[in-house]
Design a protein around this ligand. Structure first.
Ligand SMILES: [Zn+2]
Length: 286
């Protein structure tokens, strides 16, 4: 049994991204909420001596640099979630390079260190966008955690390897990939890595799923700060689309802090960098 998990957070601001989605600038109302969401997480991690990787969105870092600085000061890894939260497969290499360089630069300025890891918004690297790996290597990023190895509706690479591996890029170089955790059950891959799956699945199911993955490899898990907000998330818009969206985002959210507490008290939580440093077996190339 592998008693370690790689714990990660996609650090973006719910109000900023949801506001943009529904055409309003929510920048002003976000600062305090994001700060308290992240503080809730950091306090819990500190209590259990847990470490995590935060894949930080550049546009959020620009809005709230003090939040990112606190994450770094409290001993966690700062990695990149890009700048503008655009889907990678919707960009071309030049636009993607601009987005990555901008995010790497701002994270370097805030934390004093260039990030070495990257996660794509909505896991949006598919086989047709592996050119993104070359851009990441050019920008000093040496590992990626964007591949969700199952067939989802909006994302996923159904036949990707389940464990950490190296991907050959179109230019012939290699980048390390740490895929998100899935349970392989009788040949069917079920996503259990975090986010909505953790909001909606019952605690005992998650306990079983994480231990099942951990019996074979170190699970890579992900969460978002907004999931740890103590109040209901709401933009107070009147449109039906925004009401349905926010309803979905609040579903099961109250249970997630308890689930994370259980996870960090059961497993040794490490950053992606620590995981790669601490005895990953010889990496297979895909
Ligand atoms: Zn995101």
């Amino acid at each position: 049994m592998n008693s370690r998990v790689v714990l990660t957070f996609d650090l973006e601001d719910w109000f900023q991204l949801t506001g943009r989605r529904f055409g309003i600038s929510a920048g002003r109302v976000t600062r305090g909420r994001l700060k308290s969401q992240v503080s809730n997480i950091l306090d819990l991690l500190e209590l259990h001596d847990a470490r995590a990787t935060f894949f930080v969105l550049g546009m959020t870092a620009e809005l709230c640099p003090e939040v990112i600085a606190e994450v770094a000061e409290r001993g966690h890894e700062i990695a990149s979630h890009g700048f503008g939260h655009q889907l990678v497969r919707s960009l071309d290499p030049d636009l993607f390079r601009v987005d990555i360089e901008r995010s790497v630069e701002i994270l370097h300025q805030i934390s004093g260190r260039r990030p070495t890891g990257y996660r794509a918004p909505e896991f949006s690297i598919d086989r047709s966008s592996f050119w993104a790996f070359d851009v990441l290597l050019d920008c000093g990023v040496t590992y990626d955690s964007s591949v969700f190895p199952f067939q989802g509706q909006r994302y996923g690479i159904a036949d990707a390897p389940l464990g950490v591996h190296r991907v050959r890029t179109p230019s012939g170089r290699q980048i390390t990939e740490i895929p998100l955790a899935v349970v392989d059950l009788w040949g069917k891959r079920l996503p259990i890595a975090g986010g909505g799956y953790w909001r909606l699945l019952p605690g005992p199911v998650l306990d079983w799923a994480v231990s099942r993955v951990a019996s074979e490899r170190t699970p890579m898990l992900y969460f978002h700060p907004y999931e740890f907000d103590s109040r209901t998330l709401n933009l107070s818009l009147r449109s039906r689309a925004s009401s349905i969206f926010t309803l979905k985002q609040n579903l099961g959210r109250a249970s997630i802090m308890g689930k994370l507490r259980r996870l960090v008290s059961t497993y040794r939580c490490v950053t992606a960098e620590q995981f790669l440093e601490l005895g990953v077996p010889a990496l297979a190339a895909e």
